[in-house]
Design a binder for this molecule. Sequence first.
Ligand SMILES: Cc1cc2nc3c(=O)[nH]c(=O)nc-3n(C[C@H](O)[C@H](O)[C@H](O)COP(=O)(O)O)c2cc1C
Length: 205
Amino acid sequence: MTSSKMLDPDADEAAATSPGEPLRLAVLTASVRADRIGRTLTDWAAGRADATGAVVDLIDLAECPLPSDDLLQPGGGPRSSIAERVERADGYVIVTPEYNHSYPATLKRAIDWHYAEWMFKAATVLSYGAQGGLLATEHLRGVFAELHVVTTRRAVGLRAPWEDVDEGEFVPPPGVDKAFDEALGELAWWADVLRSARRERPFQR
Ligand SMILES: Cc1cc2nc3c(=O)[nH]c(=O)nc-3n(C[C@H](O)[C@H](O)[C@H](O)COP(=O)(O)O)c2cc1C
């Protein structure tokens, strides 16, 4: 998708935005399967996020190879190719399928490869699966809590979204646009509050 507000992933911008500036939201695609529906859903989610006035950075994990896990250290490891993009985001939209009642290992690797980059930010989850994929969301909540990431109370789960794709585009069933926009609204509130808090009274770790 194109938008004047979409973030250039290669831009050398400061890690932090200031209060009053548009929020920066990173929208992450968790599935990397060749045959995935995840990217279609992520494009839709990024479009909704863009419409809020936020600056959106779509991070497709299929396009962002991470270093080998033998280099991983407690608290992260060497800077990955997406470390700066994770760092400069004020909030995250995680688009994830449910695989065996959790989220994909690719997403866990992306989480584990970063540490301070995530901290004191907010996230909302758009899950999907046969029953909406909410078990993936619930697993993410516990993992993000360890990283000081607040997850929104609202979380949208798409039931069998592969039935709602027309000519390569996701056509949301009734009510889904509104539910997701409300989740984005909650995300924006947390992201804005935490942006101010990171600046004005940083947490003493
Ligand atoms: C390894 C694997 C495990 C899966 N486990 C579940 C599951 O636990 N619950 C579910 O509703 N769907 C499950 N599915 C079906 C996925 O919801 C469905 O394949 C979906 O399209 C996957 O998202 P993707 O196409 O973006 O990768 C699984 C699919 C895969 C590939």
